[in-house]
Ligand binder design. Structure first.
Ligand code: TRP
Length: 329
């Protein structure tokens, strides 16, 4: 297999859910293998597009970094950094904005969704959000960008920006591609299994936070919505049941056939208890590692400082090249 440069990022807004973990964070860990070189970033600048509390942002940014390490990102191998610590992203973003059309940004579904949701704060940052994201990606020459399906459109825009810039000014950027997790890409809400599990769900029983303690996890699964079919099966339209089985497989490594067999003749009570148990077993080691890292301020500061230095070295090279291509410097 070809060695790839990989970059991904996550916004430090709230604690990620079980869905974020299975669909994204857990795979970030796996991508560090095969000789790939991975950059992982906490996207604090992107978090500013929604009105924020400064102390909360500071706290959540550190907390997210600690959680990423707890999920298995190895900072000795993959630079882990805070987006704002590498000032080059914002600078490149300006150049890229000058080769991005408003028509393209108008088509971004996340912009449309967020403007509808925050109608009182449709700021320019929300609009140019995908340009900064393109900068995050192109500045490292990333070949692959692991993202959930809601971010795929943004990576496609980054591709178009890279191609357009290269055509106009000469080969400068690697053209990236989105990579979507094969499995567990979509963990659905526990109360509304027709929609993706979301940490902004107004009903906390709808999602499992990665830092929920075991009793809470058990309780939330107990309350999970299923359906009135008596037999446990993976079948079209059986959203709640399918989701529980999917989570079970994702946490135990079993195939769907094996899982369905495991629950032959069982009721939902048994299924829910087993899923809760599997999720607890998966999250507990992550949670204890997270607590250990959060208690070791010096370690975390050191990791983030080193990560930012490594990232900045590459970022500066790309920025210098891009500036000189357009005739600045
Ligand atoms: N926009 C992404 C999200 O909301 C986070 C992000 C910022 C990102 N920059 C990135 C993801 C670069 C991948 C690559 O989830």
């Amino acid at each position: 297999m070809d060695k790839k440069i990989i970059l991904s990022g996550i916004k430090p807004t709230g604690i990620p859910t079980l869905g974020n973990y299975i669909g994204a964070l857990r795979n970030w860990n796996l991508m560090q293998k095969d000789g790939n070189y991975c950059y992982y970033m906490v996207a604090d600048l992107h978090a500013l597009t929604v009105r924020n509390d400064p102390d909360e942002l500071r706290q959540q940014t550190r907390s997210m970094a600690a959680l990423l390490i707890a999920c298995g990102i190895d900072p000795d191998r993959s630079p882990l950094f805070i987006q704002s610590h590498v000032h080059q992203h914002a600078e490149l973003s300006w150049l890229l904005g000058c080769v991005t059309y408003m028509g393209e940004l108008n088509r971004m579904t996340q912009f449309k969704d967020k403007s509808a949701k925050h109608a009182d704060n449709i700021n320019a940052g929300l609009y140019t959000y995908p340009v900064l994201m393109a900068s995050d990606i192109l500045i490292y020459g990333a070949h692959q960008v692991p993202v959930g399906d809601d971010q795929k459109q943004h990576v496609e825009l980054a591709r178009n920006i890279a191609i357009r810039f290269n055509n106009a000014f000469g080969d400068t950027f690697v053209v990236p591609e989105p990579v979507m997790p094969k499995f567990g890409a979509r963990i659905m809400g526990l109360q509304d299994p027709e929609h993706k599990m979301s940490k902004t769900d107004t009903n906390p029983n709808g999602y499992i936070s990665m830092l929920d303690d075991p009793a809470v996890i058990t309780k939330k699964f107990k309350k999970a919505v299923t359906d009135c079919e008596p037999v446990i099966a993976y079948a079209e339209g059986r959203y709640g049941c399918n989701n529980l089985l999917t989570i079970f497989c994702a946490c135990t490594g079993k195939t769907m056939d094996e899982a369905v067999k495991d629950f032959e003749g069982c009721g939902y009570g048994r299924l829910k208890a087993a899923v809760a148990e599997a999720v607890i077993a998966e999250l507990e080691p992550v949670q204890s590692e997270y607590r250990r890292i959060m208690d070791d301020r010096e370690y975390l500061d050191g990791v983030l400082k080193k990560g930012a230095e490594q990232a900045a070295e590459k970022a500066q090279q790309t920025l210098d090249l891009a500036f000189s291509r357009v005739g600045i410097r």
